[in-house]
Design a protein around this ligand. Sequence first.
Ligand code: OAD
Length: 224
Amino acid sequence: MKIVILTGAGISAESGLGTFRDEDGLWTQYDLNDVATPEGFARNPALVHEFYNARRANCIASSPNAAHDALARLQQGAHEVTLITQNVDDLHERAGSTDVIHMHGGLMRALCAACGNRWDAAAIMSPDDPCPHCAAKSTRPDVVWFGEIPYAMDTIMQVTATADLFVAIGTSAEVYPAAGLVELAKGDTLELNLEPSARTNAFAARRFGPATEIVPAWVDEVLA
Ligand code: OAD
């Protein structure tokens, strides 16, 4: 069976990484226009680096949880599993997942806004960091901001349209194009989330609860 899984911040919540839109979520503490748009970066690159430096430090200090572990286990089974994440953390990889499609980029990578070069991010990045390729001081986190096009969209749309099963885990479905992928899925669809997402009615089935409980239980069923 071809299974496509889309994860969001909810899968990393129990690893201690904040979500965006829940009570106490990051977007209740920061204005996303300041820290998650190209315009915000142009206005105040130091503030943007400070925000992502803090996210990176949290990520480094955290560990994958039972939900990340379960998806890595699923990838090792007999099914053809494509894992797409909106998350910029690396907890899927640290749980043992491979070929993870990071549609919103990753905290652990740096991108030169001048020449497009990418490299491993330093733990603490600053606006004065020169690009190792062209030396421009245009270094930014390799994360996709609002107003930018998510990565690998052609592949994502193609695998979603041809999947036997599309599963969304821990995402509020407030951000497009990720939120619209369920509409492309021609196979079965399942939502696994703490509570109904904005697109819950677009799924054929849904289960609610903490990711560390409902994801391992679902994976056990699929592998049985
Ligand atoms: P959100 O913060 O919007 O949504 C998190 C979802 O996870 C909500 O539906 C919660 O109910 C659910 N949730 C919370 N705790 C959970 C738990 N323990 N187990 C299961 N589910 C839980 O995060 P995303 O949907 O990932 O983009 O946000 C999408 C994008 O918006 C992010 O990638 C980011 C953000 O702005 C960019 O920065 C471009």
